[in-house]
Design a protein around this ligand. Structure first.
Ligand code: 13P
Length: 253
């Protein structure tokens, strides 16, 4: 049985002060909503303030990126060891990192492996562009991207995959729950091919791309979709908490 995950990617938004306020508000609004792993991923400089604000709550902290080397001359970068005191998760291979900062599958694979080896849970993002979807090759593309981004990976119990079609990110046009389910199932098949059926059954597969409280429900009802990676709506505590609530289901009396 996989525990659903709702993760908020705050991207390059908030300051340490506003991030702590947002985190506190999410924790207050989602306290008592059980059976969902809740994660917020602030910018690196906000992580200490968010960690302090979330002390004693069940909301976990993630980073948005990490370097694969443990230390060294990598100006501006952050290592796994720096994050483990502060965070439990880290997003790797987000499409914005891939398209704007030149990240490759090989580099993403190194980050995922380093994160897991250091005790962080990687949230590995994959997804096709609109051009690729139009060619009808989305599944082939995503499977290859997944396989290459998992080269050398072995910590299947700590892995989370996020399927984020590039055309759905920040566009207000989410994929249909059916498209997301078909891809989530293909992702699980590919993991089964790489690591076996038991591993594939344990890895949560999230959908990301214009998720909001109005459209979240039908994604969560699909058998292979285990939660969401939320961008814009995660900056609004009420909207993010509503998505957590929808995923948790009705509160028992
Ligand atoms: P939006 O929810 O703003 O479309 O962003 C999705 C995303 O990129 C999460 O990582």
């Amino acid at each position: 049985m996989r525990t659903p995950v709702i993760a908020g990617n705050w991207k390059m938004n908030t300051t340490p002060h506003t991030a702590a306020d947002l985190a506190r508000s999410v924790a207050e609004r989602t306290s008592g909503l059980l059976g969902v792993t809740k994660v917020v991923c602030p910018p690196n400089v906000c992580i200490p303030a968010v960690k302090a604000a979330l002390h004693g709550t069940d909301v976990e902290v993630g980073a948005q990126n990490v370097h694969s080397e443990p230390t060294g001359a990598f100006t501006g970068e952050i290592s796994v060891g720096m994050l483990t005191e502060l965070a439990t998760h880290v997003i790797v291979g987000h499409s914005e990192r891939r398209s704007l900062f030149g990240e490759t599958n090989t580099g993403v694979a190194r980050k995922a492996a380093a994160a897991a080896a250091g005790g962080l849970k990687p949230i590995l993002c994959i997804g096709e562009s609109l051009d690729i979807r139009r060619t009808g090759e989305a599944e082939t593309f995503c499977k290859a991207q997944l396989r290459e981004s998992l080269e050398g990976y072995s910590a299947w119990d700590s892995l989370i995959i996020a399927y984020e079609p590039v055309w759905a990110i920040g566009s207000g046009e989410a994929a249909s729950p059916m498209i997301a389910q078909v891809m989530a199932s293909a992702i699980r098949d590919e993991i089964s091919d790489i690591a076996g059926q038991a591993a594939a059954e344990r890895v949560p597969v999230l959908y990301g791309g214009s998720v909001n409280p109005q459209n979240a429900g039908p994604f969560m009802d699909r058998p292979d979709i285990d939660g969401a990676l939320v961008g814009g709506a995660s900056l609004d505590a009420e909207a993010f908490s509503a998505i957590v609530q929808i995923t948790a289901g009705p509160i028992s009396p």
